[in-house]
Design a protein around this ligand. Structure first.
Ligand SMILES: Cc1cc2nc3c(=O)[nH]c(=O)nc-3n(C[C@H](O)[C@H](O)[C@H](O)COP(=O)(O)O)c2cc1C
Length: 342
C-alpha cells in the first residue's frame, strides 16, 4: 500500500467492496479485515441506529480497521402524479404475480444523509468511503477531525480530479466492468463507460492521491496486473458475493452460479445505472416508466423483497460485475489467501 493508505496497516492492498442491501454482512466485513484486507460496511440504505448496530457487530468480531460507505445525497427528485401512475401501471403485473398490493408511495425516498453521516462520525471507522459525488467542505472537515481516512469514488478522470481537489485521501476508480451502482456524480448523466485500465491510465495523469482500481478484478493475476499499471490497491465486490460470510440471498447466489454471468447496466431497479445479471425485470420494464433515483429504488423495494422471499431471481437486483469464473463459495479468508499467495 502506498501513501496515506499505508497508515491503515493492511497486509494486502485489497478493499473488499461495500455492498449495501445484504451482501456486506458484519461477518464478511470482519472476516475481510481480519484476513488483512479492508472490509467495508455498505451503509447506504441503513438508518443511523442500524449503522451503529452493524458497527458494533463488526467490532465484536475484529479489532482491525474497516470502512463505512455512504451514498451522497442529491436534491430529492420531484415525482409528479402522472409519472407515478405510469410506474404503477408498468409494474402492476409483477405485483399481481407476487401477491403484492399497490404501494403507498411518498417522499422521503431514502435515509436522511445528515443523520447517517452523524452516525458514521459517532462510529469512527478508520475509513469513510462514499459514491455519487464530492463531500461538502464542512463534512470533509468533520470526517478529518474524527480521524477518518476519506475515500471518494470516480467513474471518469474529471470526477477523480474533482475528488482530489476536494481533499480526499484516496480515490476508488470504478471501471465500467464493476458490479452494482455506477458512482457517476450526476444522476441524470449518461454513462461514460470507461473501462478500468483506461480510467486508471487517464486518472494517473490528473490525480496525485493513491488510486484504488475497481471493476472486473477477480484473480491474483488481475490484481498484480492492475497494480503494475499504477494502482495503489484494488477494490473487489463480485468475487466475494458467494463467500460463506456474505449476506447474499439464495436466489441471488443461484443466479451467480456458473462460469459466465450475462450482465449489463440498467436504471430499472433504482433509477440510477447499476450493473447486474440480466433478468426478467431488467429486460421487461420500459425505461420510460422508471422514476429518478432514489424514488425508483424505494418504489421497487417491495417487489425485490417479495422476489427474494419467493426464491425467484426474476425481480431481484442481481448486482454483479463483468468478471467471469466460478465464484468462491468458502470463507472470505481463504479467498484472500488465494488472491495473495505467500
Ligand atoms: C452487490 C454489490 C453491491 C454494491 N454496493 C455498493 C455500495 O453500497 N457502495 C459502493 O461504493 N459500491 C458498491 N458496489 C460497487 C463496488 O464498490 C465496486 O465498485 C465493484 O464491486 C467492483 O467491481 P466488481 O464487482 O467487478 O469487483 C457494489 C457492488 C456489488 C457487486
Amino acid at each position: 500500500m502506498q501513501g496515506t493508505l499505508a497508515k491503515l496497516g493492511l497486509r494486502h492492498p485489497l478493499i473488499v467492496a461495500p455492498m449495501a442491501g445484504g451482501p456486506s454482512s458484519p461477518a464478511l466485513v470482519a472476516a475481510s479485515s481480519s484476513a488483512g484486507a479492508l472490509g467495508s460496511i455498505g451503509a447506504a440504505y441503513s438508518s443511523p441506529a442500524a449503522i451503529e448496530e452493524f458497527t458494533q457487530n463488526v467490532r465484536a468480531r475484529t479489532d482491525r480497521p474497516f470502512a463505512i460507505n455512504l451514498f451522497i445525497q442529491h436534491p430529492q427528485p420531484e415525482v409528479d402524479a402522472a409519472t407515478l401512475e405510469r410506474a404503477i401501471s408498468e409494474t402492476a403485473k409483477y405485483r399481481a404475480e407476487l401477491g403484492l398490493p399497490v404501494p403507498e408511495f411518498a417522499a422521503p425516498y431514502e435515509e436522511d444523509f445528515d443523520r447517517q453521516f452523524e452516525a458514521v462520525l459517532r462510529a469512527r471507522p478508520a475509513v469513510l468511503s462514499f459514491v455519487f459525488g464530492v463531500l461538502s467542505t464542512e463534512y470533509m472537515r468533520a470526517a478529518r477531525k474524527a480521524g477518518m481516512l476519506i475515500i471518494g469514488t470516480a467513474t471518469t478522470p474529471e470526477e477523480a480530479l474533482a475528488l482530489e481537489e476536494s481533499g480526499v485521501d484516496a480515490i476508488t476508480l470504478q471501471g465500467y466492468e464493476a458490479g452494482g451502482h455506477r458512482g457517476i456524480f450526476d444522476p441524470s448523466a449518461e454513462d461514460s463507460e470507461i473501462g478500468i485500465e483506461d480510467l486508471l491510465a487517464r486518472s494517473l495523469k490528473k490525480a496525485k492521491v493513491p488510486l484504488i482500481a475497481a471493476g472486473g478484478i477477480m484473480t491474483g493475476s488481475d490484481i498484480r496486473s492492475i497494480l503494475a499499471r499504477g494502482a495503489s490497491a484494488v477494490q473487489m465486490g463480485t468475487a466475494f458475493l458467494a463467500t460463506s460470510e456474505a449476506g447474499t440471498s439464495a436466489p441471488y447466489r443461484a443466479a451467480l452460479a456458473g462460469v459466465e454471468r450475462k450482465t449489463r447496466t440498467t436504471r430499472a431497479f433504482s433509477g440510477r445505472f447499476a450493473r447486474g445479471v440480466e433478468n426478467r425485470f431488467m429486460n421487461e420494464v420500459d425505461a420510460g416508466a422508471v422514476m429518478p433515483f432514489p424514488a425508483q429504488n424505494k418504489f421497487t423495494r417491495d417487489i425485490r423483497a417479495a422476489s427474494t422471499a419467493k426464491g425467484s431471481p426474476d425481480f431481484l437486483s442481481l448486482w454483479s460485475g463483468t468478471g467471469s469464473g466460478e465464484l468462491w463459495r468458502g470463507p472470505a479468508s481463504d479467498l484472500i489467501a488465494r488472491l495473495f499467495p505467500a
